[in-house]
Design a protein around this ligand. Structure first.
Ligand code: ATR
Length: 280
C-alpha cells in the first residue's frame, strides 16, 4: 500500500541574527491550537542576501515569512504589493507568498495596540505619549497609535533630526512632535512612555529622561523583551512608574495577526502569553 505523505505548508522568520527568535515556538502553539498543519523555520540572511534567500524560500514552496531586525525596511523593496499599514509605516514584518506574487504587511502596530489596549487595559484616547527612539520600530507604531487619538505624541531621540523627520512625516495624522532626550525636561510628564530604542539589545543603557515619569501614574511599555528584566523596565521601576510591561504581549499579538493573514484563522493569544516567560 502506498502511504501518502502530507506536504506541510512552510513558513519562517528571516533575520540576522535569528537564532534567538521565539517566533517558531509561538507559531507552533498557534498551529496546534487551531489544528492547522504547518512548519515554521528559522531563516538566517544577511542584508545582502535577503532578496535571494526570500525568493529561494518562495521557490521551494514557502507560503510566508516573518521579517525581523535588520530587514524590516529593506524588505519593502521585495514586494509586489504593500498593505496600507506597511505602506504608511515604510516597513514590514510579514511577507505572504501568493503564487508568483509577494504581498507585504506590517502587524507590529496592531500587535502593540492589542497588547496595550486589550491585554494591559491601557486606554490611549486623550493621553500624552512619549516614544523613545526614532528608528524602524517607532516607524511601525506611530500611525496605529495616532489613529486612536491620543492628546499628543512626543518622539525623543538621541539623533534629533530623525525624531523631527518622523514627526513631519506622521504630523498629518495627529499632534506629534520631535525632540532631544534632554528637552523632555521642559515638558509635562506623560501618561505612557514607550521604549522603542534598540539600546537594551546591545546591553547599553540609554539616557531615559526621568522627567517623563509622574510617580505612581505613568505606564511604561518596552517594545523589547528579555528573559531577565529589561534595562528600561528596571529604570521605570526605579522611577516609581505607575506600572511597567515588556514587549512579550506585542510579540505574540503581532504573530497572531501574521498567522491570521496567512491561514485565515485568528488564534487565541492569552494562553500563549501565559506560557511564555513573563519578565515583570
Ligand atoms: P529599530 O528597527 O529597532 O528601531 P533602528 O532603526 O536601528 O532599530 O533604531 C534604533 C533606535 O534606537 C534609534 O532611535 C537609535 O537612536 P539614534 O537614531 O540616535 O541612533 C536608538 N538607540 C540605539 N542605541 C541607543 C543608545 N545607546 N542611546 C540612545 N538611543 C539609542
Amino acid at each position: 500500500m502506498v502511504q501518502e505523505t502530507a506536504i506541510l505548508d512552510r513558513y519562517g522568520v528571516v533575520g540576522y541574527p535569528v537564532a534567538h527568535s521565539k517566533s517558531p515556538v509561538i507559531h507552533q502553539q498557534f498551529a496546534e491550537q487551531t489544528g492547522e498543519s504547518l512548519i515554521y523555520e528559522l531563516v538566517e540572511a544577511s542584508p545582502d542576501d535577503l532578496e535571494s534567500v526570500a525568493r529561494q524560500f518562495q521557490r521551494a514552496g514557502g507560503k510566508g515569512l516573518n521579517v525581523t531586525v535588520p530587514h524590516k525596511t529593506r524588505a519593502t523593496r521585495l514586494v509586489d504589493e504593500l498593505s496600507e499599514s506597511a505602506s504608511i509605516a515604510g516597513a514590514l514584518n510579514t511577507l505572504k507568498f501568493d503564487e508568483d506574487r509577494i504581498v507585504g504587511f506590517n502587524t507590529d502596530g496592531i500587535g502593540l495596540i492589542r497588547d496595550l489596549r486589550d491585554n494591559w487595559k491601557f486606554e490611549i484616547p486623550n493621553t500624552r505619549i512619549l516614544v523613545l527612539g526614532a528608528g524602524g520600530a517607532t516607524q511601525g507604531i506611530l500611525a496605529p497609535l495616532l489613529d486612536l487619538e491620543p492628546a499628543a505624541i512626543v518622539i525623543a531621540n538621541r539623533t534629533v533630526a530623525k525624531a523631527d523627520a518622523l514627526a513631519n512625516h506622521f504630523g498629518a495624522l495627529g499632534a506629534v512632535e520631535g525632540m532631544r532626550f534632554n528637552d523632555v525636561r521642559s515638558v509635562e510628564p506623560f501618561d505612557l512612555v514607550i521604549n522603542a530604542t534598540s539600546a537594551g539589545l546591545s546591553g547599553e543603557s540609554a539616557p531615559f529622561p526621568k522627567e517623563a515619569i509622574r510617580r505612581g501614574h505613568t505606564a511604561c511599555y518596552d517594545l523589547s523583551y528579555a528573559l531577565h528584566k529589561t534595562p528600561f523596565v528596571a529604570w521605570a521601576e526605579q522611577m516609581d512608574a505607575g506600572r511597567t510591561r515588556a514587549g512579550w504581549g506585542m510579540l505574540i499579538e503581532q504573530a497572531a495577526e501574521s498567522f491570521r493573514i496567512w491561514r485565515g484563522i485568528q488564534p487565541e493569544t492569552a494562553h500563549v502569553l501565559n506560557r511564555l516567560p513573563a519578565a515583570n
